[in-house]
Write a protein that binds this ligand. Structure first.
Ligand code: CAA
Length: 258
C-alpha cells in the first residue's frame, strides 16, 4: 500500500517505517497515525517481516502531535473525536518486535510514540522531551504514564513540569533508551539489531515481547506466573527442539516459527 506520510520498505525480514512529514518535523497528525497503524498491521500480517524499525529523519524522529491541527479544537471535539486512542491501539496491538531508531527531536507525541515501541536506539543527536506544558496542555498519548514507569517519578515529573529536553546520554543513563550510537551509524545499527532479532524464532520473540510488556501491567507474582506459562508452552514448539538440537550439534539454528 502507498502512504503519503510514511516511507515503507521490507528487506531481509526487517520492515522499515520512516515517518515522512519533513515540513513539520514529522509532527503526528491523524493521517500519519492512521497510516502508521495500517503499515504496522500489514507488517504484522506479512510472514516476510520478523522485526520492524520505526524511524524519522536526521533532524526529527517526531516533534510531537501536530499543534497546528490541534490549535482550533476545543474539549468537545477532542473528546468526541479522540483519534489518538484508536490509532495508538493499532500500534500497540502489533505483536512483532518494534525498534524506534531516534535521531534529533523526539518530543511530546513523538517521545510517546517511541516509548510505545519495544525499545529505543538513539543517535547521539537525539533530544527527548514532553514540552506540552508550554502549550497549556499535558501529554496525551502516555507521556505522564510511560515516561514515569521508565525513568521514575522525579525525572518524569521534572520533564513534564518544565518541558526541558533530555539529551541522548541522559536518556541512556535514565534507561529511556537501550543504546546511544553516533548519528551516522544509527540506521546501520538499527538494521543490524533488527536483523539479529529476525534470525531468532518469531514465535519466541513474540513470547518475549508479551512477557516483558506484561511486567508493566501486573504484579510481580502474576508476571512470574505468566512468564512461567509461556516458558513451559515454548517446550511444545519445533523451534525449541531446533534451538536445542543446534546447540548440541554446534551449528546455527534454523527457526521456522513453529
Ligand atoms: N506540530 C506542527 N508543526 C510543527 C511541530 C508540531 N508539533 N513541530 C514543528 N513544527 C513545524 C514548525 O511549525 C515549522 O513549520 P513552519 O516552517 O511552517 O513554521 C517546522 O515544523 C520547523 O519547525 P521550527 O521552525 O520550529 O524548527 P526549530 O528547529 O526552530 O525548532 C522544535 C524545533 C524545538 C522541535 C520546535 O519546532 C518545537 O518546539 N516544536 C513543537 C514541539 C512540541 O510542543 N511538541 C508537543 C506537541 S503537543 C503533543 O504532542 C500532545 C500529545 O502528547 C499527544
Amino acid at each position: 500500500m502507498a502512504f503519503e506520510t510514511l516511507i515503507v520498505d521490507v528487506e531481509d525480514h526487517v520492515g522499515l517505517i520512516r515517518l515522512n512529514r519533513p515540513e513539520a518535523l514529522n509532527a503526528l497528525n491523524f493521517q500519519l497515525l492512521e497510516e502508521l497503524g495500517e503499515a504496522l498491521a500489514e507488517m504484522e500480517a506479512s510472514p516476510r517481516v520478523r522485526a520492524v524499525i520505526v524511524t524519522g529523519s536526521e533532524k526529527a524522529f517526531a516533534a510531537g502531535a501536530d499543534v497546528k491541527d490541534m490549535a482550533p479544537k476545543g474539549f468537545v471535539e477532542m473528546f468526541t473525536e479522540d483519534r489518538f486512542t484508536p490509532e495508538t491501539e493499532a500500534i500497540l496491538s502489533c505483536r512483532k518486535p518494534i525498534i524506534a531508531a531516534v535521531a534529533g527531536y523526539c518530543l511530546g507525541g513523538g517521545c510517546e510514540l517511541a516509548m510505545m515501541c519495544d525499545f529505543i536506539i538513539a543517535a547521539d543527536t537525539a533530544k527527548f522531551g514532553q514540552p506540552e506544558i508550554n502549550l497549556g496542555i499535558i501529554p496525551g498519548m502516555g507521556g505522564t504514564q510511560r515516561l514515569t514507569r521508565v525513568v521514575g517519578k522525579s525525572k518524569a515529573m521534572e520533564m513534564c513540569l518544565t518541558g526541558r529536553f533530555m539529551d541522548a546520554a541522559e536518556a541512556e543513563r535514565a534507561g529511556l533508551v537501550s543504546r546511544v550510537v553516533p548519528a551516522r551509524d544509527l540506521m546501520r545499527d538499527a538494521r543490524e539489531t533488527a536483523g539479529k532479532i529476525a534470525e531468532k524464532s518469531p514465535l519466541t520473540a513474540r513470547a518475549v515481547k508479551e512477557a516483558v510488556n506484561r511486567s508493566y501491567e501486573t504484579t510481580l507474582r502474576e508476571g512470574l506466573l505468566f512468564e512461567r506459562r509461556l516458558f513451559h508452552a515454548l517446550f511444545a514448539s519445533e523451534d525449541k527442539a531446533e534451538g536445542m538440537a543446534a546447540f548440541a550439534e554446534k551449528r546455527s539454528p534454523q527457526f521456522r516459527g513453529r
